[in-house]
Each structure stands twice: as structure tokens, then as C-alpha cells.
Design a protein around this ligand. Sequence first.
Ligand code: SF4
Length: 338
Amino acid sequence: MFIPKRVYFEPEALDYPLGQELKQRFSGMGIPIRLTGSHNRVTGIPGKTVAEGYREAKSTLVVGVRRGKDFQSCKPSAHFQLPLATSCPGMCEYCYLATTLGKKPYLRIYVNIDEILARAAEYISQHMPDITVFEGGATSDPVPVEPLTGSLRKAVEFFSSQPNGRFRFATKFTDIGGLCKAEHNNHTRVRFSINTEEIIRRYEHRTPSLKERIKAAQKLWECGYPIGFLVAPIFLEGEWRQEYGQLFAQLRQEFSQLPKDLTFELITHRFTARAKNNLLALFPNTSLPLNEKERQFKFGQFGYGKYVYEKNAMDELRRDMTGLVHQYFPEGKIDYLV
Ligand code: SF4
């Protein structure tokens, strides 16, 4: 479970039962508590260097109230983001949040989960009779803070009773015990983000091992959840074909019985100019492939451009990765490959 080194509360967060409960819990643990006027502008996180500030931010929790009424769109994995948390304790060098969270990506949780779910209900009814899908992991890995908030469990139970609402979230973490007790009604799909052992060792610091992630996926599958794997980010470097081949072979071996309705999302490595600047400041010796000249420039859904692999490389990858999914998981479904 994630244990912060320091916690900031927005004063309004203490008007909610979860805010009070967390305050008592952290005080009892002797964790320093401060107030902050806004969960968006938190000052006083220590660190003499950029790298130190980053590490300290990853041990800092901010407890706030989500006030905005609107949810962001979330292509291609869902229709809307479900805002439950921000950031995570992991330190992946390539973190996809580096564009938006900057150099001090502190963790943030919201205490007004009931209001957030009520807003989700409005979105669902506005889009009737269609099914509306919400993604819970678009701005965070929501699992490490779940033992503190129980927000995922609440969301799972909320969506279980929504005929036209579906929930999904992706994670690399394994604190999923409480979810097994939740009524999910097959309306929530949990996807585990995996990568080759080498990529995990090189870039995904402070995250669970591949084996632990697969074990957590098996556990949720045994609890009846639809599950999936998000292979991301896929790097087309070195012996990538063999390494991803080994990854799929291992994944297949770990399942004595194949889950029905298994999904795959395949996401190639990409970066924005802002993310590159932030990542180089945080990991000056990184071996991440960040040479713009080897990439193609493309505009993304939030208006900023990103550097993606070139078309020929993508065609090759599409052929090979699709082939691996079909070879090892003939009934597996590829939701998308980008
Ligand atoms: Fe970023 Fe996800 Fe890694 Fe956390 S686990 S640092 S959110 S990429």
C-alpha cells in the first residue's frame, strides 16, 4: 500500500467523511499534515534538485475535492475519463503523464467520489440508448491509493448497476484485494499494463514485476472480472521482436486456462516536446529513444503534437504484434493498436 511521507488537505476536503477519516488515519501514523488552498497548486514539496523534488513529489499525497463538472474525452480506450486520482508512486522514465504533470507529479485523490459518480450518471443518461464507457486510469494509476480511498471499488459497484455504463481502468500495481469483494456484474474491465522484462527493469522503477502483475490479473479473472492486457509502451528498439515474442509466450504459459473475452491494447512509444524536456530533466542519463528525427510528428486529441514511430515501422509492428496476439491467444481481441 502507498504510504505518503507528507499529506496536504484542501480545507473543503475535511467536510467529507473520507477527508476526516484520512486525516485521522494519517495523524495516527505520525505523517505530517498540512493544508493547501488548492489541490492544483501545492507548494512546499522539498527537494534541492529537480530529481529530488520529483522523488519527494512521488511521496506526497494531496487530498482534494474535484470541482469541475466536465469530464475529458478519452480516446481510444473509452468515451470519457473518470477522474479519481492523479499520478502514482511509480517512477517510469517514459511516464505518459510527463506532458501534463510536469516535474513534481504529486499524487492527488478526491474525497467527493459520490459527486463524481453522480456526474457520470448524467453523462450516461445524456447518451442513452448508447453505452457510455469511462476510463479510470487516464490521469493516474488508480490502484496504489485504492486501499486509502476505496474509490475504485465504489466506481465498480456503481457501474455494476448501470445498464448503459461501463468502467475500465489500467494498472501496473497489485493492491486489488478489495475489488474481488465488489459486485461488478461484468461491467468493469481491468487491464494490466505489461512490458518485456528488459523494459520493466530499465524504465519502470518502483513498479511491481511482470510476474506479480500477471498474478494480480489472474486473481481478478478468478473473481470473474473481464480482464485485458495493455502492452505499452512498445519500443521498436534492438531485438524487440524476440523480446515481445518472449513476453507473449510467458503470458500464455502463466494461464493454465485461457480467459474468455481477453482483450489487448497495443500502444507504441510516443512523446511530446514538453514530456521530453521534463523527462530529460528528471532522468538526464536515460536511454529512452527520444530522437525527433527518427519519428513522425502527429497532432494528438488535446491539441499538442507528439512524436510517433514512422509509418513503415508502424506497419511492421502492426503485422508482428498482431501475429503474436493471434499465435498465443487465438480468441484474444485487439481493441486497438496505436
Ligand atoms: Fe506513469 Fe503509469 Fe508509470 Fe505511474 S505506472 S509512473 S502513471 S507510466
